[in-house]
Design a binder for this molecule. Structure first.
Ligand code: TEU
Length: 564
């Protein structure tokens, strides 16, 4: 049961802003961002015009993976503040008609969660069956190399199995060994998750972003996977969108969301999910989630896994987005994102952060935001924040990057410069350096020593320089958000991709109620002739060239027409 007619829930016309709390705003000088810091910046977000804050995890955590390893779902980590601070955050957001979406990380917990402490202590304890425990391979000795129950590798390097000498069994961890996977086959696990979600909704949060939620149902046979260049097997075929996923999500919806008077935003992070699955899960009449985060587009420049990145072919991007737009056209709903805390910065990745920094940041934003779906902005994206010139491995903090470096350089003997180049291109720390508020040494993020170095370009790329400048990246994001809020065509219009084979121009139309919107952008460094146009120019990132038949490098235009 929801309060509005399916297809018209509030989150369809909303723009979501992701806050990575550790790097957003420090209020107490310890070099780590916190909730009071975030509260002090709500007016900035309000001015940008976003409707929703998605807050990455602030729960109690040993921070092996910056909070994605949770040791207590019911309390806030002292690094970030208190429960009272979250309550204040909710009050302050709601007072401005904004909403709060919390991160829900329930594929795994921290190994320091009380459930796991009990579970690992014995095979007969109360929580014995809450995690994925398995015996060694038959005929092997537990703890010895090769005795692992199967050959799967972890996303953060090494085996996905860890030997527990007390229990004399292995536990599964798809991520770090401090992130044991929960056993969703156990109904008690599912009930505990539902109860926890209900408590957060009762406190006033407006929805959840669900971390790797399509990994929760694993093939119980846990078969070996095809061996990857790392030497480990790929378990993804056995746990991506597994057999009971939709059942678990339906059960969650019934236990948590149905019967509440309001609509909630639920966005499932789903690496490897297909458009067909997304269409089922997000069907406005029968689905389980508002939308999902799919990964197809952010994999298009990877030629041999995450650390072997190549050039993006724009035609592939158009084919991919076009496929997702059509698969979800009738009753489904897309999320739209370039950046998050796991991805490099879009202006460096697919734009040109040197000669065309402003134009490429705003052209990419324009193209993304006017698709059909709900756009997500990752902190600093609205300022055109770039990747970071990390000069040495000691500048990096992310467990994924550090583990990869250790294995590639120390174990496999790869050239450290080549490995560092790959980390500079794709490493998650590119997105995690402090928010660039101003040109001061701590970038206005902290008066102390930041937990990770600020990007040296904060002296020119920062909020203070942009918020009052109508020609800034920030102002362009403001205009895109305002257009979505004022014109129903952006929310409800049908999507049609144009020029699929053009290597430089990204163009599409949206049509609704006798009107059509044309979005056309030159996503290249070369000026390009383009004869697409319309009756009225409603938005452009380069106003000076707007009348010309030539699109300047990274020029984007939006036209409105009465439909013929
Ligand atoms: O990420 C899941 C995920 O599959 C990847 O994006 C991952 O971050 C990595 O890049 C694999 O190469 C989610 C969170 O967003 C991420 O921050 C967490 O580390 C991870 O789950 C575990 O909770």
């Amino acid at each position: 049961m929801s309060s509005t007619e399916p297809g018209h829930e509030w989150w369809r016309s909303a723009v979501v802003y992701q806050v990575y709390p550790r790097s957003f705003q420090d209020s107490d000088g310890d070099g780590v961002g916190d909730i009071p810091g975030l509260i002090s910046r709500i007016d900035y977000l309000h001015r940008l015009g976003v409707d929703v804050v998605w807050l990455s995890p602030v729960y109690r955590s040993p921070h092996d993976d910056n909070g994605y390893d949770i040791s207590d779902y019911e309390d806030i980590d002292p690094t970030f503040g208190t429960l009272a601070d979250v309550e204040e955050l909710i009050v302050q957001l709601h007072a401005r008609n904004m909403k709060l979406v919390m991160d829900l990380v329930v594929n795994h917990t921290s190994d320091e969660h009380a459930w796991f402490a009990d579970s690992r202590s014995s095979r007969d304890s109360a929580y014995a069956d809450w995690y994925m425990w398995h015996d060694p391979r038959p005929g092997t000795v537990g703890g010895e190399p090769g005795a692992e129950p199967n050959n799967w590798g972890s996303f953060f390097s090494g085996s996905a199995w860890e030997w527990e000498p007390v229990r004399q069994q292995y536990y599964l961890h798809l991520f770090s060994r401090k992130q044991p996977d929960l056993n969703w086959e156990n109904p008690a696990v599912r009930q505990a998750v539902h109860a926890m979600m209900n408590r957060w909704l009762d406190r006033g949060v407006d929805g959840f972003r669900m971390d790797v939620i399509n990994f929760i149902s694993k093939d119980p046979a846990l078969p070996d996977g095809p061996v990857l260049p790392t030497g480990f097997g790929d378990g993804m075929p056995s746990f991506v969108s597994g057999p009971r996923l939709q059942e678990y999500l339906a059960e969650m919806k019934a236990a948590v969301f149905d019967g509440r008077p309001a609509d909630y935003l639920s966005v499932g992070e789903m690496p490897g999910a297909s458009p067909e699955l997304a269409a089922r899960l997000t069907d406005a009449r029968t689905g389980q989630l508002s939308m999902i985060f799919q990964f197809e587009h952010v994999g298009l420049d990877q030629i041999g896994g995450k650390w072997n990145v190549g050039q993006l072919d724009l035609r592939d991007l158009k084919a991919s987005f076009g496929r997702w737009q059509s698969a979800l056209a009738d009753h489904g709903w897309n999320s739209l994102y370039w950046d998050n805390h796991d991805q490099p910065r879009i202006v460096s990745r697919w734009g040109n952060d040197r000669e065309h920094w402003y134009a490429s940041a705003t052209a990419l934003a324009t193209v993304l935001h006017l698709h059909r779906g709900t756009p997500y902005i990752y902190q600093g994206e609205e300022l055109g924040m770039t990747n970071v010139p990390f000069d040495d491995i000691s500048a990096l903090r992310d467990i994924e990057s550090l583990n990869h470096y250790a294995v590639a350089v120390n174990l496999l003997g790869h050239d450290p410069d080549v490995v560092l180049d790959a980390l500079r291109a794709m490493g998650r720390d590119n997105a995690r350096t402090p928010m660039q508020w101003n040109a001061e040494p701590g970038a206005g993020f902290t008066v102390g020593t930041p937990w990770i170095g600020v990007n040296p370009n904060h002296e020119s790329v920062n909020a203070a320089a942009q918020v009052d400048d109508a020609g800034s990246v920030f102002a362009h994001y403001q205009r895109l958000i305002a257009l979505r809020h004022s014109d129903p065509i952006v929310v409800h219009g049908d999507f049609r991709m144009l020029l699929p084979d053009d290597p430089a121009i990204y163009a599409y139309t949206r049509e609704h109620a006798g009107q059509s919107l044309l979005v056309v952008a030159n996503l290249s460094d070369e000026a390009t002739v383009c004869d697409l146009g319309g009756d009225e120019l409603v938005l452009t990132n380069l106003p000076e060239g707007a009348a010309s038949a030539v699109l300047a490098p990274w020029e984007a235009r939006v036209y409105r027409s009465a439909r013929a």
